[in-house]
Write a protein that binds this ligand. Structure first.
Ligand code: SF4
Ligand code: SF4
Length: 626
């Protein structure tokens, strides 16, 4: 049985210990979603992993789309055909899809449609910590925020009901802690999806021409006005604690969990209003709450969005109530609301003392683990070859323009091959831009999935503007960083025939780029040669460095019963340390002045045995004989 089959087979009333994202996937089944789409991105990826695996048996149509914009357009089309649709992504993915969002809020939806955004406060795996609840205000759409896996599953169903009620797309906002926390979840009945989609020509327009959009806006505001007056007590919103307390708290999402930890730890009994819908702010329940408390503190992450709304309500009707939160500096504006931060922020207002050793800490101080490319990672060999080529051609001050993916780890030493990295596809766009500003040589690194996602338009632009640059497409067969999901270039065998395996080379050549070479990065000689050729050429040249992700390779070899390891022959090792200092595979280390290879970590790629890395031929494959 597959890893996620239990999510499909679980019976109503049964309890499962689920990751937030697994609970959301179960919620998708219980809500009867017919079409689900995504572009993988941490911390949302596990939802897609589950749905990809079980969609066929669940009768659900699932798509790994080429990017978030297309994913949202695809889900919108399902909605226009009357089907229940779900699109999910990480928070920065919603920037890519925002062009769609800003229009579909105006046109409205036909079948219920929910958009999940998984935000990443404190930026565990992201380039920023934007608070996507802003999109709720920006696009005038409802925002739902669960606080645990049970709510993640149950609130998703309510989100679909709200979407159906008002014909609006609904934003479902999780954060890393909600998506990745585990908790007990009581299952409900799975609703079989209705797959009979039909786009009826019933006179309703979804054409965003100005003459239509003018009226759509008025409708949109009245829908949101109605929702602001709808009572969601008992489903999404609730109050708890002492109604007569001097201080009251308003909170949502993960921040609510942290708040309750701190209040319980210090045995503070105050009233807390927990909001599950944070846009539109539920006017009546907030007014009722303000009428009972002289001081109200808002605890949320990341930006003061609830706080701004509550302050607006208080300004108009409750000027005597003092509002506190991020805007007056009580709680920090940046990063996650951690227990330690909140405990210190609230100590003065709640009147408890924090003694030394009181703060939340793990018992053991864990050693720092800087991120590194895996042993056997083909990107390490590519970075090694590029650095070598730059040195051999005596290129001074090249600009390395990097992109989003595992290969962004090329930023770290010994490679230091990332001078700029912004967003999906930016390596080529920014790289091409540099050619207009400087004569420095430009090397852009982009992964296969990122190339399909947003690299192609940037490459068209570079060719069209005759930019002189080398683009290195690091193709490891999958969207590796988020869990090795398939992309349009993934070999058919790895997608069990569910997608096509488009040729990156054909796409690149079709743009008129003549200098296109494909190499296996494990072959340093060929890779070095191709990169040097690319750096010598005029215009745009492309090197496709293709080799499966080391983890895929491991899995494949384990299945085939193959195990390859390398070792250092001490008598041959000169202790030059070229391998450790310039190649830096984590399996290599120095012990008693000699290099050794940890056989547990060694992936058997053999790149370190090549003379570019070990000029003394001191590294050899391990056989029974040696
Ligand atoms: S490159 Fe070869 S000779 Fe130099 S330290 Fe490493 S194993 Fe020893
Ligand atoms: S063969 Fe060398 S480079 Fe490859 S994983 Fe083993 S130690 Fe690392």
């Amino acid at each position: 049985m597959s890893a996620y089959q239990g999510l499909l087979n679980g019976k109503p009333g049964e309890k499962m210990f689920l990751l937030g994202n697994e609970a959301i996937a179960r919620g998708v089944l219980e809500a009867g979603v017919a079409v689900a789409t995504t572009y993988p991105g941490t911390p949302s990826s596990e939802v897609g992993d589950v749905l990809y695996e079980i969609s066929e048996k669940a009768g659900l149509k699932f798509e790994f789309s080429v990017n978030e914009k297309v994913a949202m357009e695809s889900a919108f089309a399902a909605s226009l055909s009357g089907l229940k649709s779900f699109v999910f992504m990480k928070h920065v993915g919603l920037n890519v899809a925002s062009d769609v969002l800003m229009s579909i809020s105006y046109t409205g939806v036909r079948g219920p449609m929910v958009i999940m955004t998984a935000d990443d406060p404190s930026m565990f795996s992201s380039q920023n910590e934007q608070d996507n609840r802003h999109y709720g205000h920006f696009a005038h759409v409802p925002v739902i925020e669960p606080s645990n896996p049970q709510e993640a599953k149950d609130f998703l169903k309510v989100a679909f009901e709200i979407s159906e009620m008002e014909g609006l797309p609904v934003i479902f906002r999780t954060t890393t802690r909600i998506s990745h926390m585990r908790g007990s979840v009581t299952l409900s009945t799975i609703e079989p999806p209705n797959q009979n989609g039909l786009f009826p020509k019933d006179g309703r327009s979804f054409v965003s021409l100005p003459s239509n959009a003018y009226h759509f806006k008025e409708e949109l505001l009245s829908k949101m006005g109605r929702l602001g007056k709808t009572d969601f007590s008992g489903t999404l919103n609730r109050t708890e604690g002492d109604r007569s307390s001097r201080i009251g708290f308003i909170s949502s999402g993960e921040a609510y969990n942290v708040l309750m930890d701190v209040l319980n730890k210090h045995q503070v009994n105050v009233e807390v209003l927990k909001l599950g819908i944070t846009n539109p702010i539920p006017d009546a329940i907030v007014k009722d709450f303000l009428s009972r408390h002289g001081n109200v503190i808002i605890v949320e992450e990341v930006d003061p969005i609830i706080e701004s709304d509550v302050r607006a309500i208080a300004d108009l009707g409750f000027p005597e109530v003092s509002i506190h939160g991020k805007m007056d500096g009580l709680i920090p504006m940046s990063h996650e609301t951690s227990p330690n931060t909140l405990e210190s922020s609230l100590s003065k207002v709640l009147g408890y003392e924090i003694k030394a050793g009181d703060l939340y800490r793990s018992k053991e101080e864990l050693p720092p683990r800087p991120p590194v490319l895996c042993p056997g990672c083909p990107h390490r060999a590519t970075y090694f070859a590029v650095k070598r080529a730059v040195k051999m051609l005596k290129i001074e001050d090249p600009i390395y323009s990097s992109d989003i993916g595992c290969y962004s780890l090329g930023n770290y030493e010994p490679f230091s091959e990332a001078d700029i990295m912004l967003d999906m596809g930016s390596s080529i766009g920014v790289g091409s831009g540099f050619t207009k500003a400087t004569d420095q040589r430009i090397i852009s690194f982009i992964g296969d999935s990122t190339f399909f996602h947003a690299g192609i338009p940037a490459l068209v632009n570079a060719v069209n503007n005759n930019s002189r640059m080398l683009v290195v497409i690091m193709d490891n067969d999958v969207t590796a960083m988020t869990g090795r999901q398939p992309n349009p270039g993934t070999p058919i065998a790895l997608t069990t025939g569910r997608s096509r395996n488009l040729s990156i080379e054909n796409i690149v050549k079709s743009l008129g780029i003549e200098n296109v070479k494909t190499v296996d990065p494990y072959n340093l000689k060929d890779t070095l040669g191709a990169i040097m050729d690319g750096l010598r050429a005029d215009g745009v040249s492309v090197v496709v460095a293709r080799r499966e992700c080391a983890i895929l390779r491991d899995n494949r070899m384990r299945k085939e019963g193959e195990e390859v390891k390398y070792h250092v022959i001490p008598e041959k090792c000169s202790s030059c340390f070229n391998c450790v200092e310039n190649f830096a595979c984590p399996a290599l280390s120095v012990s008693n002045g000699k290099v050794t290879i940890d056989p547990v970590l060694c992936d058997g790629c053999g790149v370190c045995s090549q003379p570019y890395v070990c000029p003394f031929r001191a590294i050899e494959v391990t056989t029974n004989e040696n």
